[in-house]
Design a protein around this ligand. Structure first.
Ligand code: FAD
Length: 409
């Protein structure tokens, strides 16, 4: 048993959370989006821009789910290192999917920079660091394969790492200059503001309990603070990530809840220059705009306990592991106080790729979920393509690897 004391459970990013919005709901609407995370609000905005009457329903508040509880890395790529993605998917498919994430990153970062509010976006670069000789070789191979396929990627040896970042305990790293970071909850709140300014509706504290068929399309049974009510919609889109199985049981084995845990130190002078990760992405860290060092991971040590859970309680063993990692890898941070810690639940897809498109057997219901710890690298473009599919009624080529029918067809 560990004896590391647990800090206050609080999400750093949610500290200055805006007031909850509860727009009055109509009797019927063209499109309902379930879930006000990154995916739901991006999709609603894309739909609204295409002229659709849209209403977002959220059980809690915008960014209450994984979208407000993550590391805020805005990265190109998938959950696996590229050499592994090539082995798993084949070279051409891996290249196409990587290119999709690069386009997502370009479009989404341009959108964030165009917003009138500060979302903390920085194109700071990203280092995937090697903790073992085996991982070092894989990262070197990954960088090589990416360059061969036309993507920007460098491999830094241990000596180069040391020279460029000061002290480094790692054996080498892959450097990706275009990757960046954001204050994740602020991104979500900015999308919510944008949606409402464009005429979209948002109702917090409104849970969708069931979606039943109706002559006009679909009838949603809701739980609101005032009690039960109904809403009719032509189209319903599930952006419920880890919770998808609750309304779509067919996805129970396809999207699994996986809990991630993070901590944040007190405010410190600049010690971490960019977005960073190690151990195949299992540990990840960065410095927040106000100076807090934010670190997450260690769930590999508690695999059984962290899969399939939706509760947001801290795991003391993981906290102890993260604290040890922090002290062992950043001697400059010795003595830094841990200000808070929190968890968030991700939606891990069975094959590592998101599920975006019409739900098989439920015409007029769609899904954008299962981002497998990489929503910021995927969701903007995925939901843009999905909005076009819904409005134009034809399949969007760039989503072809993500269609739900690949498993349920
Ligand atoms: C610790 C941690 C670190 C991460 N780090 C990164 C990172 O650095 N970079 C990155 O790209 N990704 C990261 N991720 C993953 C990223 O946060 C997700 O991929 C992304 O936020 C998914 O967005 P979403 O909108 O699909 O889901 P969510 O943000 O989880 O939103 C789903 C929403 O649906 C709502 N909901 C569910 N069911 C209902 C219902 N029946 N009625 C009404 N509302 C409902 C929930 O309340 C929730 O708000 C991390 C995640 C965690 C937990």
């Amino acid at each position: 048993m560990t004896t590391t004391p647990l800090p206050t459970t609080r999400v750093l990013w949610l500290e200055d959370r805006p007031a909850e919005i509860r727009d009055p709901l109509p009797e019927a609407v063209e499109a309902v989006v379930v879930g006000a995370g990154l995916a739901g609000l991006s999709l609603a905005l894309h739909l609204r821009r295409l002229g659709v009457e849209v209403c977002v329903l959220e059980r809690e508040h915008p960014a209450a789910g994984a979208s407000g509880r993550n590391a805020g890395h805005l990265l190109a790529g998938t959950s696996e290192y590229y050499n592994r993605a090539v082995d798993l998917l084949g070279r051409e498919k891996a290249r196409e999917i990587w290119a999709f994430t690069v386009a997502n990153q370009q479009d989404f970062s341009a959108h964030l920079l165009s917003l009138p509010v500060e979302t903390g976006y920085q194109r700071c670069g990203y280092l995937a660091c090697a903790t073992t000789e085996h991982e070092r070789r894989e990262l070197e191979q990954t960088a090589q394969l990416l360059r061969e396929d036309g993507f920007e990627s460098e491999f830094w040896s241990a000596e180069q790492l040391l020279k460029r970042t000061g002290r480094s305990p790692f054996l080498g790293a892959r450097y990706s200059p275009d990757d960046g970071q954001v204050q994740p909850a602020r991104v979500v709140w900015a999308l919510a503001d944008e949606l409402r300014a464009a005429g979209g509706l948002l109702a917090c504290r409104t849970e969708v309990l069931a979606v039943e068929s109706d002559p006009a399309g679909w009838r949603l049974e809701l739980r609101t603070p005032e009690g039960a009510r109904r809403l009719r919609a032509t189209v319903v889109i599930h952006c419920t990530n880890a919770w998808t199985f609750q309304l779509l049981p067919a996805f129970t084995d396809l999207i699994s809840p996986v809990r991630g845990q993070m901590l944040a130190t007190e405010r410190l002078h600049k010690v971490i220059p960019m977005a960073m990760a190690a151990n195949y992405g299992y540990e990840y860290w960065r410095q927040a705009p106000n100076g807090e060092v934010v670190l997450g991971g260690w769930r590999w040590s508690q695999r059984e306990q962290e899969i399939g859970v939706l509760t947001e309680t801290l795991n003391p063993e993981i906290h102890a592991g993260l604290t040890t990692f922090l002290q062992g890898h950043f001697p400059k941070l010795e003595g830094a106080a841990i200000r808070c810690a929190w968890t968030g639940v991700m939606g891990f897809s069975r094959d590592g790729l998101p599920w975006v498109g019409e739900v098989p057997g439920r015409q007029g219901q769609y899904l954008a979920a299962g981002f497998t710890g990489h929503g910021f690298g995927l969701a903007w473009r995925c939901t843009q393509g999905l909005a076009e599919e819904i409005v134009q009624g034809r399949l969007c080529e760039s989503l072809r690897w993500f269609r739900p029918r690949r498993a349920l067809g």
